[in-house]
Design a protein around this ligand. Sequence first.
Ligand SMILES: Nc1nc2c(ncn2[C@@H]2O[C@H](COP(=O)(O)OP(=O)(O)OP(=O)(O)O)[C@@H](O)[C@H]2O)c(=O)[nH]1
Ligand SMILES: [Mg+2]
Length: 380
Amino acid sequence: MSVKVYEGEDLDALIERARSELGDIEILYYEVEKVPGRFPFFRKRKYRLFVTEKDDEKEKREIEKLEGELRELKELLLNLKENFSKLPAQQTIPVPSIPEHLEDKTPCQMPQLEEFTGDAAELINLLVKKGVEPEIAVELVKLSCGLDIETEKFDLNTNTFREALIKAFQEKLLFTGEFKIEKGKQRIFAFIGPTGVGKTTNLFKLASKFVIDQELKVGVISTDTFKVGGSQQARIYASILNVPFYVATDQRKLKEIVDNLSDLDVILIDTVGRSHYDYFRLGEIKATLSILGTSIEYVLLVSCNYDTKEAMEVVNRYRSFFPVDFLLFTKIDESSRPGVMVNVGVRSGLPLSYVSTGQRVPEDIKLLTPTLISEFLLGG
Ligand SMILES: Nc1nc2c(ncn2[C@@H]2O[C@H](COP(=O)(O)OP(=O)(O)OP(=O)(O)O)[C@@H](O)[C@H]2O)c(=O)[nH]1
Ligand SMILES: [Mg+2]
């Protein structure tokens, strides 16, 4: 296989040139060299495109797929440029409502509520309908209740449901707040979790926050050498964000790469998705990452599509391999039961970081706060 390299400032033009010279081509990958400028997304780029002549139908399909991704990403980049220039100083948090077809109509088991009166009982019922386990719902609502002397029952001592929930979550759940990185004090985060949970896409959403909001020096390492195109997907995101990207095939290589990146503020490590039942493969990831010892902070991603039992199974099994530091929830937009975040937060005692609200990179991620969880539970 002979590889040809094209260089220039316009990626589409390079692809066209390669096509006109070679006929059908396979795009192997491309690199972007940054030309210094003030904002990452406005920098001029120099592309280096690696192609080879295509020799079968399978490769043709792969090229079409890649081109589709490139077009999508180009659109994303244009959106980003637009949004970045329009960013207001303070943003409100719109909470997506649950599409009707996703509304969960299955009956829930309601707790006995004789000891509660009025609004308190109503709030407990509402929480249970949104997936909060009955005993947790009771425990939470009690935190915002007082005993009504006349009726000898618990009733809310706040003005609104929202206030009651915010108060309860402040007491009952842990929140990381924005990951604030001090320049020069490097932090390394590894993104772990089941197959397809959203590790790669959400890693880049956070990378984008670090680059744009905090102006940090960020690097990404993929240890995903298993999935076909696994590191390629990450490579494309990295080139759009203009952050250095490396693939570590084993422990030794990982250590070598990290040692060479000591000038970066944040290193984000993407891992290959593994079923939480696959002890052998989880052990492999652990073995690779363990070379970095305690310098890694582990972010475990959990999908809101899981019911609480399955989500806790994921958390417990992953915790038996990795010292999980934070939880990051994904796919809240596909779930009608946001209560799973509350249940897992309470049952695991782990701090909650962010929630992924859709597929768009980098917009679809929000910081989890007592207010945001309350809005997910009360809205929609
Ligand atoms: N609807 C929705 N889709 C999401 C969300 N987060 C990620 N996805 C999609 O889920 C799919 C898998 O995302 P990836 O980031 O590749 O997941 P991963 O965990 O890296 O997958 P593996 O590397 O195969 O384990 C992609 O199509 C993402 O766009 C989300 O919050 N909502
Ligand atoms: Mg991935």
